[in-house]
Design a protein around this ligand. Structure first.
Ligand code: TA6
Length: 293
């Protein structure tokens, strides 16, 4: 990664709220410290790794084994999967989850807004421009806006791959997906339907809920809180926990960390992929909030 021009980045500092500094792996990051919350976002992948509202434990999980270097996605927080999800459809050498979660984005704006401290980061692909706006306050709001900069129609997949911190994944339950259809990635992508009960975790779980705009609410009796994931512009929801064996096979993930996390990802995948005409834009919005129970 080219040497970071911290002198140039200092213009984005908001005295008393936000500053730009080298963090893990000496990667440049935006650090937010305000009354409503503290947060960290790297220019690497525009990756939000930490968000902790006042009077709460951290809401995002980030692995203690995470690797912080160019070309490698940080394990945890909110990776941005774009312009494809999982493996590339035709290129076996292409990186999983697209091209932008392990490359440096450009910080273009910081501001103090009504809902919190705001950042804007951008990155360009040959035919698509991505603009990512994050708002760090009592809630965490993430907006991924993609614009077709080419002269032909473009189709893309995207996911805000949110890792949530939980007290004990075996005790949590997720409401909002009852009776919903999902692709089970652990059963050869078989199309299934959830029963009328909240989702609980009893084994490795890797589901893509399809054509689904539901708000999900995770109840965590161990940490005595509920985390709500609202979304707009998203027709897919992915729910994942690696459980024991996949955790042990994952180098940048602690063998026992599976008990302290689960992913609720707001996405557009497969048949829910987004098609844009030349010049057209699409926004995927996610709003995370936490309340005591
Ligand atoms: O969260 C859904 C998923 O596709 C899982 O299958 C698992 O592979 C996860 O993403 C993590 O992917 P990564 O490439 O970050 O290891």
């Amino acid at each position: 990664m080219p040497d970071t021009d911290y002198q140039q980045l200092q213009e984005f500092n908001l005295p008393g709220s936000l500053d730009i500094r080298p963090s893990e792996g000496n990667l440049p990051s935006v650090t937010v410290k305000t009354d409503p919350c503290i947060a960290t976002q790297y220019l690497h992948g525009a990756h939000v790794t930490h968000w902790q509202p006042a009077d709460h434990e951290p809401v995002l999980f980030t692995s203690a084994e995470a690797v912080y270097r160019d070309g490698k996605a940080i394990r945890g927080g909110v990776p941005i999967c774009f312009p494809w999800f999982n493996a590339h459809p035709t290129d076996p050498d292409a990186p999983a989850h697209g091209l932008v979660r392990a490359s440096t984005w450009q910080l273009t704006q910081t501001a103090q807004g009504p809902a919190g401290v705001e950042t804007q980061m951008v990155t360009n692909l040959p035919t698509l421009h991505a603009n990512y706006r994050a708002t760090f306050g009592k809630q965490l709001t993430l907006n991924l806006t993609v614009t077709n900069t080419s002269d032909t129609d473009q189709t893309f997949e995207a996911a805000l791959h949110t890792y949530l911190a939980v007290g004990d994944v075996k005790q949590v339950f997720i409401a909002g997906l009852e009776n919903a259809d999902y692709i089970d990635q652990l059963q050869d992508n078989k199309l299934c339907t959830q029963d009328d009960q909240p989702l609980t975790f009893t084994a490795e779980t890797d589901r893509i809920y399809v054509d689904n705009q539901a708000t999900c609410t995770l109840t965590d009796p161990t940490l005595n809180r509920q985390i709500t994931i609202e979304k707009l512009g998203s027709l897919s929801t992915v729910v994942w926990n690696p459980w024991v064996d996949k955790s042990a096979r994952t180098a940048d993930f602690g063998d026992d960390e599976w008990t302290g996390m689960c992913c609720i990802e707001s996405a557009n995948i497969g048949d829910d992929a987004v098609r844009l005409a030349p010049g057209e834009s699409h926004t995927l919005l996610v709003r995370v909030s936490v309340t005591p129970i």
